[in-house]
Design a protein around this ligand. Structure first.
Ligand code: CA
Length: 220
């Protein structure tokens, strides 16, 4: 799940980024309203977390521009404490939910998950493919009931393939969803797939030459 965070305060951006990444989201950060609007209208995100007080272009204008462009991306706005007017204006402009600063990170995560659920993008905590059990909340993977250790990148790759099981996913998709805004070196995806195969079994991930990779549900 790919999230765009638009927040100009570095400490808050870092904390939110950290919490989201730990939960398994891929996060891009924009530091001002112009950049946030530009990225949200040119790239694909599952949701936006948008501060309203932003340099260059304020958050409300970002929401209005996106809705004027018929963007349906779910938007959670962060508002200043005590500013009920900001909240009303945010919702009026087309935001889906709001959270008042300061907030607990757990609440942000819960609101975001609820927002994604409402628009039908389920944050499924448990995914099973054959003998693999992937707990996306605890970031744990069991193979035949035994825990296996995965690096964060290996985990993200496995989760993405498992979410999209029985469908070929392209290299480009994997780069986008596994690496986020960190551009990986060429062949990084192949190397990562090879490492993951060594841990979960070579047959768990199929290659479709020239197309991409697929994780298939084993016939039972
Ligand atoms: Ca701000």
């Amino acid at each position: 799940m790919r999230i765009l965070l638009v927040e100009d305060e570095p400490a808050i951006a870092r904390d939110i980024h950290h919490a989201l990444a730990e939960t398994g989201y891929v996060v891009d950060i924009a530091r001002d309203g112009e950049e946030g609007w530009f990225r949200a209208s040119t790239e694909e995100y599952d949701a936006l977390i948008l501060d309203l007080g932003l340099p260059k272009l304020d958050g409300l204008s970002v929401v209005r521009r996106l809705r004027d462009e018929s963007s349906t991306v779910p938007i959670l706005v962060l508002t200043a404490r005590g500013s009920w007017l900001q909240r009303v204006e945010g919702i009026d402009a087309g935001a889906d939910d709001y959270l008042t600063k300061p907030f607990e990170m757990e609440e942000l995560l819960a609101r975001l998950a609820a927002l994604l659920r409402r628009v039908g993008r389920h944050v499924t905590p448990l995914i099973e493919v054959g003998a693999l059990h992937i707990d996306t909340r605890r970031l744990r993977v069991l193979l035949h009931g035994r825990a296996i250790e995965l690096s964060p990148l290996e985990f993200r790759l496995l989760r993405y393939l498992a979410h999209n099981r029985d469908r070929v996913v392209t290299q480009g998709e994997l780069v986008e969803h596994v690496y986020g805004s960190d551009e990986p070196e060429s062949n990084a995806v192949e190397a990562l797939v090879a490492r993951l195969r060594r841990k979960i079994g070579a047959k768990a991930i199929g290659t479709r030459r020239g197309h991409g990779y697929i994780m298939e549900t084993p016939a039972s």
